[in-house]
Design a binder for this molecule. Structure first.
Ligand code: PEP
Length: 252
């Protein structure tokens, strides 16, 4: 399976900076002929349309960082899956820990988003992960188990093939302290076992499970080398073309 490298820009880059990044990335990708990884960029909503136009014809896909679980109506400030599709999105991140932490998103809400994204033909990138306390208390597996059970509720065996799971230990996000390849591998294998229980062996084997949490040009190769790690969700290091490209190249 091709590795997938997803850039999560969070609340960074206005329109001009986003466009500059896209132009530079395009030039570099053409030079280096990087075709072997699935690359997804998730900019702020306000840059989606412009990036769609600029990345058209490249192998770089577009994703959003969030969406709402209703299709239309009086939900001031929210964005629907259909709106994201109209801007060229193929992917949408759901359940990022910052959404859970700062915007009170529960796994039940995340489940509604996963179901709506799939209904509307978007591919969810579902984030799960334990916080530091849970990590220290050795609760990682039970936390992930609960998150997966709830977030994937009612997701059919056909639809699950369009879901990417991102294991993002919260203690590793933006801290410069990444999980070791061994830790990532072990949790990814746990997620596969869980998928086998919910779905079947084939789904478990073919599921795309990526790691996120302080991925950098320095540690990406080692993290991506694990057979169970199918790529990465990259925050801080995706904001500069140079470091993002190094990470993409580590995935080949
Ligand atoms: C993220 O927020 O998804 C993330 C992985 O951030 P960072 O790479 O900055 O830790």
């Amino acid at each position: 399976m091709k590795k997938m490298v997803v850039a999560n820009w969070k609340m960074n880059k206005g329109l001009v900076q986003s466009q500059q990044f896209a132009e530079e990335l395009k030039t570099q990708l053409e030079k280096h002929k990087v075709l072997n990884a699935d690359i997804v960029i998730c900019p702020p909503f306000t840059s989606l349309d412009a990036l769609n136009k600029r990345l058209n014809g490249t192998n770089v896909k577009l994703g959003a960082q969030n969406m709402y679980y209703e299709t239309i109506g009086a939900f001031t400030g929210e964005i629907s899956a259909g709106m994201l599709k109209s801007c060229g999105c193929e992917y949408v991140i759901v359940g990022h820990s910052e959404r859970r932490q700062f915007f009170n998103e529960t796994s039940a809400i995340v489940n509604k988003k996963v179901l709506m994204a799939l209904d509307e033909g978007l591919k969810p990138i579902l984030c799960v992960g334990e916080n530091l306390q849970e990590h220290d208390d050795k609760l990682t597996e039970s936390v992930i188990d609960g998150q997966i059970t709830t977030c994937l509720g009612h997701v059919s065996v056909e639809d699950i093939t369009n879901v990417t799971i991102a294991y993002e230990p919260i203690w590793a996000i933006g801290t410069g302290k990444n999980a070791t390849p061994h830790q990532a591998e072990s949790v990814h294998n746990f997620i596969r076992k869980k998928l086998k229980k919910i779905y079947n062996e084939e789904i478990s084997k073919n599921a795309r499970i990526i790691y996120g949490g302080s991925i950098s040009p320095e540690n990406a190769k080692e993290l991506f080398a694990s057979p169970s790690v199918n790529g990465g969700l990259v925050g801080g290091a995706s904001l500069e073309v140079e470091s993002f490209l190094k990470i993409i190249n580590s995935a080949l």
